[in-house]
Ligand binder design. Structure first.
Ligand SMILES: C[S@@+](CC[C@H](N)C(=O)[O-])C[C@H]1O[C@@H](n2cnc3c(N)ncnc32)[C@H](O)[C@@H]1O
Length: 250
């Protein structure tokens, strides 16, 4: 039988400390029901100006937008000396966007995003280094992350040869990750083959799909107002989301 003195020296059972899980795998930020504007169709290649298209969308209705501007900066500032003539011509043939145009797109995107919605903005090396904060002035968008796409194949460049592109992750206010971002194992350096399919600027479908799945629910709407090869539409179709987007060249 245990005596009083034995009882007092017995080491107490360590209390189990329950750790609070900081990661959430469920969304509590479902987008409101989307009213499809007249004349628009999900999962189709619309040929029109992206700014006009964005004006058709209801305010605060879309949880995720991808935007991949046709940058002028890189043509102006970087030496394209070792780019093959044909490829250079193909690239310059696409309509280049001026800074004012990019700013106008970003302001319209900020309006159509739901609160805490995400803009995935593809940037080149030049804009990443010199800054893009002027484009965000007067919007509710803030930078929350950065992903480097490792394209696996060597590209152009004079001093160094390009093998990567950058995706800036922006979030509309109020900033919050828990209950909004539900996939937590996406690496910030993403290796995926560049499959141009005739499009020099085509972006990685798998990465875009993972991001779509991280910040939207099935059946929600994802937008790309300058869609190029419509890689975001493919990512949406793979993940059961509704795509809405356009390109000046269809
Ligand atoms: C860098 S590419 C997009 C590539 C795309 N992310 C993909 O994965 O294929 C940019 C696209 O913007 C388009 N563009 C340029 N000005 C535009 C405008 N005002 N409205 C809509 N699209 C525009 C160009 O035709 C080009 O296809």
């Amino acid at each position: 039988m245990e005596t009083d003195s034995q009882a007092s020296t017995t080491t107490p059972e360590p209390q189990k400390v329950r750790r609070k899980n900081v990661f959430s795998k469920t969304r509590d930020a479902a987008a409101p029901e989307f009213q499809l504007p007249t004349g628009l169709k999900f999962d189709s290649r619309l040929e029109m100006d992206g700014c006009e298209f964005l004006r058709l969308l209801p305010a605060e209705s879309v949880p995720a937008v991808f935007f991949d501007p046709q940058y002028r900066g890189i043509l102006d500032k970087m030496n394209y000396g070792n780019e093959g003539v044909d490829r250079g011509r193909q690239r310059s043939a696409l309509t280049q966007m001026k800074d004012e145009t990019i700013t106008a797109f970003i302001h319209s995107i900020s309006k159509v995003l739901t609160p805490s919605g995400h803009l995935f903005l593809w940037t080149d090396k030049f804009h990443l280094c010199t800054g893009f904060s002027a484009w965000l002035e007067g919007t509710k968008l803030n930078t929350v992350d950065l992903i480097t796409w490792e394209k696996t194949r060597m590209g152009m460049g004079y001093r160094t040869r390009r093998k990567s592109e950058y995706l800036v992750v922006l979030q509309k206010l109020p900033l919050r990750a828990k209950g909004v971002w539900t996939i937590h194992n996406i690496p910030d350096v993403w290796k995926e083959n560049h499959k141009p399919n005739g499009w020099p600027h085509r972006k990685p479908v798998e990465l875009q799909q993972r991001l779509i799945e991280a910040v939207t629910g099935p059946g929600e709407v994802v937008v790309d107002p300058a869609a190029g090869s419509f890689s975001v539409m493919e990512a949406c179709m793979n993940s059961g989301r509704n795509f809405l987007g356009c390109d000046l060249n269809g």
